[in-house]
Design a protein around this ligand. Sequence first.
Ligand code: URA
Ligand code: SF4
Length: 242
Amino acid sequence: MTDAERRAALEAIAAEVRDCTQCRLHSGRTRAVPGEGDPSTEVVFVGEGPGFNEDKQGRPFVGRAGDMLVKLLGSVGWRREDVFITNVVKCRPPDNRDPEPDEIAACSSYLTRQLEVLDPAVVVTLGRFSMARFMPGAKISQAHGTVRPVDPATGARDALVLAMYHPAAALRTPAIERESFVDAATIPNVLLDARARRADHAHRPDLVATAIEPAIEAPAPPAPPVLEPAAALTDTDQLTLF
Ligand code: URA
Ligand code: SF4
């Protein structure tokens, strides 16, 4: 897919999300929050669901948790517009309660389709609900900072997933904040590993759809990374993306 085709496909999904009434969360929303970012990025961050500020603005991670996410990204030299940021549910649960299983199920095809379009090398999960989708059965206290191959059934056909704590948990608890920066520091290396796997799979397409391998520990800290900047985008485009 070309960049323009990706952008158009993501915008088409976003338009469906904005009109969606497939679960009860539609009735309490101000705006749905489809997600935003660089359509050509290699890295997708998946949070839980919109909060108060996200619901008002229709954009993901724009409140205090978003400030923390931007700091975590900044610690590896990236900006939020270099990656794609979305959520497991696209509409705000009332009073920021946890999303319920039927709501997650109703919303799940949007995330799957976004991942099919983006074809990321790395998925970073933020918090338990996002982790549950990519590392079923994992416990966040043990799984944060670890990496696994992603099941292609999630939509990400050849990716590694890194589990992280939710940035809101980092805001509440200094120890979790420290661990989040340690985990974030591994992202560049995870990307290098994911690129290497994908290059290998390009010659071994039979490996791409194999069953999930056992969890591996995230590698030691990274040689800093260069994500291709979103050179084709103007500042205006970035503000209005999806
Ligand atoms: N928390 C989330 O999980 N997602 C957002 O978009 C904002 C806060
Ligand atoms: Fe639709 Fe998802 Fe919003 Fe539910 S949360 S109404 S499934 S977009």
